[in-house]
Design a protein around this ligand. Structure first.
Ligand code: NDP
Ligand code: 2IT
Length: 445
């Protein structure tokens, strides 16, 4: 049996209750076949793949908190410290009822390769809880965040593990988490990223994931003699990533016609009015349905998968994992979609992703496409270390440079191993090679 097949079989046997983790590992290991076969002796000798698929450490803890009625609740929380070969663990925190260990392991695993692609010194980690911030008061969210940090603080630090936001964790949550970390440890340090601008946050971090997604999309299209300008785009989600992807796509001349949440989606053929979306989501914490009540000509439709049936040139999934299945992928292609860039982590099932490749779409997978967020997080860490803050323009320029470099590395790795234009293979190989070399250099650990 080949080395890849051996490790894959063992991962499937040992993690049978974690389908998302198995999915992420399958995609990565399948795309590493060429590079692993070419270096099999070396990688086997140092058990690189066995070590790569096993988190260095998983911390699991309970989070008790009191709601506004005085009732006590207990949530389950984790921090998965996946791989520290190239830097301190780095990756977001997700607060969502669907969170479990398998989901955080898939996210932490993906993060290892994504962070490597940024070329910045950050290892991979992810954490979160099955807490649902929806419908909670600010005080309840604060109580939860303080309790969460009362355990997490002992495991993290500016040079060991630096969490940030993800689904359900934005500026408000990061503020409460930072305040509690500082209060317990007495340290004013860059232990979290995505902080507010008044206490050590970086300009352009809020925008970074969405902007980065459009920068790399533009780069991919430019190499085909095309551009974002004039494209009709479908976006899913209406959170942080979706909003700033929409903003940059519109700035570059695209017409974005949809946004969604976990209840349904809106279609506005005149182009999404982002000021209305920002007011609904960022100010009022409302639902995307309200957009159709406020904007003449816009319509609302129940259910989230219908958004992929709206004809478009470009699809930008920016909500959650496995939101595009094979059926949705077929619908997109049937309706003329020629480019897909993934803002969410693993938004396409393995079947959908293979279908995009088979049909020759311009397809940029998540770990390359959404790396702009964590890249600017690493720039926030640099600014915190030197106790300076850079201008919006400086951070944005660096982000552009990083995304162009990710495109180049991904595209070159794909071509080097005979899969020109297959950015899934390219991103996995380019991300893997650096981590593997660092793991070998540091001995068995
Ligand atoms: P937000 O919490 O700001 O927004 C999430 C959006 O996705 C909401 O519109 C939400 O709708 C929708 N959503 C969440 N879960 C589901 C679900 N199960 N089904 C349908 N829709 C859902 O999160 P972000 O924008 O930060 O994150 C979106 C994606 O981008 C995630 O996959 C995340 O991992 C990824 N990502 C985020 C980065 C960042 O910097 N924030 C960086 C890189 C990737 P609802 O309100 O109904 O839940
Ligand atoms: O998935 C991701 O890359 C994030 N949620 C951002 C992580 C970070 O540390 O900024």
């Amino acid at each position: 049996m080949s080395y890849v097949d051996e490790v894959l079989a063992s991962v499937k046997a040992k993690n049978a209750s974690e389908p998302e983790f198995i999915q992420a590992v399958t995609e990565v290991l399948e795309s590493l076949r060429a590079v692993v076969d070419a270096n099999e002796e070396k990688y086997r000798k140092y058990a690189v793949l066995e070590r790569l698929v096993e988190p260095e450490r998983i911390i699991s803890f309970r989070v008790p908190w009191v709601d506004d009625k005085g009732e006590v609740h207990v949530n389950r929380a984790y921090r998965v410290e996946f791989n520290s070969a190239i830097g301190p663990y780095k990756g977001g925190l997700r607060f969502h009822p669907s969170v479990n260990q398998g989901i955080l392991k898939f996210l932490g695993f993906e993060q290892v390769f994504k962070n490597s692609l940024t070329s910045l010194p950050i290892g991979g980690g992810k954490g979160g809880s099955d807490f649902d911030p929806k419908g909670k008061s600010d005080r309840e969210v604060m109580a939860f965040c303080q309790s969460f940090m009362t355990e997490l603080y002992r495991h993290i630090g500016k040079d060991t593990d630096v969490p940030a936001g993800d689904i359900g964790v934005g500026g408000r949550e990061i503020g409460y988490l930072f305040g509690q970390y500082k209060r317990i440890t007495g340290l004013y340090e860059g232990v979290l990223t995505g902080k507010g601008l008044t206490y050590g946050g970086s300009l352009a971090r809020t925008e970074a994931t969405g902007y980065g997604l459009i920068y790399i999309l533009e780069e991919m299209l430019r190499h085909k003699g095309d551009s974002v300008k004039g494209k009709k785009a479908v976006i899913s989600g209406s959170g942080n990533v979706a909003i700033y992807a929409c903003q940059k796509a519109q700035e570059l001349g695209a017409r974005v016609i949809t946004m969604s949440d976990s209840n349904g989606y809106v279609v506005d053929e005149n182009g999404i009015d982002l000021a209305v979306v920002k007011d609904i989501k960022e100010v009022k914490r409302g639902r995307i349905k309200e957009y159709a009540d406020r904007v003449p000509g816009a319509s609302y439709h129940e259910g989230c998968s219908g958004v992929w049936g709206v004809p478009c040139d470009v699809a930008l999934p920016c909500a959650t994992q496995n939101e595009i299945d094979l059926e949705s992928a077929k619908k997109l292609v049937e309706n003329g979609c020629t480019s897909v860039a993934e803002g969410a982590n693993m938004p396409s099932t393995l079947e959908a992703s293979n279908y995009f490749l088979e049909k020759g779409l311009n397809y940029m997978p998540a770990k390359a496409a959404n790396a702009g967020g964590v890249a600017v997080s690493a720039l926030e860490m640099s600014q915190n270390s030197e106790r300076l803050s850079w201008s919006f323009e400086e951070v944005d320029e660096r982000l552009k440079g990083i995304m162009a470099n990710i495109y180049r590395m991904t595209s070159e790795a794909a071509s080097k191993y005979g899969h020109e234009g297959n950015f899934v293979i390219g991103a996995n190989i380019a991300g893997f090679e650096k981590v593997a070399e660092a793991m070998i250099a540091q001995g068995i650990c």
